[in-house]
Design a protein around this ligand. Sequence first.
Ligand SMILES: [Zn+2]
Length: 85
Amino acid sequence: MSNLNALYDAHIARLKKSGAALTEYACPDCQQPIETLAPPNGQQFSSMVTCPHREKQHFKVVHDDGRVECFVPFITCRPRTGGGA
Ligand SMILES: [Zn+2]
């Protein structure tokens, strides 16, 4: 288990112990379940996320009905043309 996975497990355990509302979704990269805070009615939570399982990044939007939308950023590197700017 990675350090990030251990931190994630400890954080989720604290949230559950406090009675916080959680929702679960499948990571868009590895498909493993990720639990996250559910927002109050009428609100959304959005953030960049590092998957605790395989440490790839995605952007998530958590809706108040428990739905979670995920977007995977793709980075395109432009080849250098040489000669500076
Ligand atoms: Zn993942």
